[in-house]
Design a protein around this ligand. Structure first.
Ligand SMILES: [Mg+2]
Length: 371
């Protein structure tokens, strides 16, 4: 089997952010970007991957087209480890995290999809087997920026059946109001996306203690201040989570060596795909650190994360951004029912992106004007 074609496809799928405001624009979200990588083979099998991308990332699409896709043509797609290393080694001087890494992660996911389809087995069967057929999902809220907004979102999510929520509020009042609204039995995590210094983070962690939050995610700037994270972890009163901005196993090793985190959050569409997540998971286990992957995708990246989580001995919660869609790139599997998703059982990732959704929402470079 040989790779014959690699195609990148950028979608902007209409969505609602349930009233949350996008910090970069001050407006609510109207579309969610999905950057697909499709790999075709001479055996008639196609695999699908997804790279983390935001803001109509046509530049990242172009980077994958120019620097990654040509290196894949003619290769045997079942040589996943060799292909991944070859791409990483040949492209390492363009950055070990960021666009190139996201593209390589997408390729890794697509190659595992091909392997599963050729074997006639779902991905989870290739990476350890199914531990649970249904995964608990946490509603990963966007930022509402007001007590009323976050209270309303909590009520809505609980009515939909979620029992796990992650907040993205920075204000102490908004976060404690969410706990009050949810009551004591709902698991609530807190993600602030790197706004604070170490001392500010320690102070915030102490003021947040009454909220009984399951973790505090990425409190400090910059995210790779692992020593700082370790200090917050020791002096604050909250478990610390981080890892969505890490690029590889070695970034996680540095976090573990610094005693920085309780919860490791590799993102399969950013950091080396399924292959790297398996390595990170093993290292985390040896260090007594939990792994709960970061997931901010709605295509093959989400599917890969479902298979990964469902095949771990203690299946982690699945992160799902709290967007509402009329149409999904991968169909109903992305919609939790009573706070759970069913793990796909078809070969590979289990679902290919919907060709009708691709056709309708594809962003073509010539049609897009940067603003
Ligand atoms: Mg986060």
């Amino acid at each position: 089997m040989k790779i014959t074609k690699v195609e990148t496809i950028l979608l902007a799928v209409p969505c609602s952010s349930n009233g949350a405001i996008r910090p970069s624009t001050g407006r609510s979200w109207s579309a969610f970007d999905v950057l697909l990588v499709r790999i075709d083979t001479d055996a008639g099998i196609s695999g699908w991957g997804e790279a983390f991308g935001r803001a109509r990332d046509l530049p990242l699409k172009a980077v994958i087209d120019a620097h990654i896709a040509p290196k894949l043509i003619g290769q045997d797609p079942t040589r996943i480890e060799a292909i991944k290393h070859d791409l990483e080694f040949r492209l390492h001087n363009t950055g070990r995290i960021g666009g190139i890494a996201y593209g390589i992660a997408a390729v890794d996911i697509a190659l595992w999809d091909i392997l599963g389809k050729r074997a006639g087995l779902p991905l989870h069967q290739l990476i350890g087997g199914l531990v649970t057929p249904e995964l608990p999902v946490y509603a990963s809220f966007l930022r509402y920026g007001s007590v009323e907004g976050v209270r309303g979102a909590v009520r809505k999510a609980l009515a939909e059946g979620y029992r796990h929520i992650k907040l993205h509020e920075i204000g102490i009042a908004e976060n404690l109001a969410a706990r009050e609204e949810a009551g004591p039995d709902v698991a609530i995590m807190l993600d602030v996306n790197c706004p604070w210094t170490v001392s500010q983070s320690i102070d915030a962690a102490r003021r947040l203690a009454p909220g009984n939050f399951d973790w505090l995610e990425e409190p400090v700037w910059p995210p790779e201040n692992y020593g700082g994270l370790g200090e917050i972890r020791r002096k604050g009163s909250l478990r610390i989570a981080a890892g969505e901005n890490a690029g590889s196993l070695h970034d996680f090793k540095a976090m573990f060596d610094a005693g920085a985190i309780d919860v490791a959050q590799p993102d399969l569409a950013k950091a080396g795909g399924i292959s790297e997540a398996l390595r990170i998971d093993a290292l985390a286990e040896a260090h007594g650190v939990d792994v709960v992957p970061h997931c901010a995708t709605f295509g093959p990246g989400l599917l890969a994360t479902i298979h990964f989580n469902a095949s771990r001995r203690r299946p982690p919660l699945l992160e799902r951004l709290y967007f509402a869609f009329d149409e999904h790139p991968i169909g109903a599997v992305a919609e939790p029912v009573d706070g759970f998703v069913k793990v796909p059982t078809g070969p590979g990732l289990g679902y290919d992106p919907d060709p009708r959704v691709i056709e309708r929402y594809r962003v073509e470079p010539a049609e897009f004007a940067w603003t």
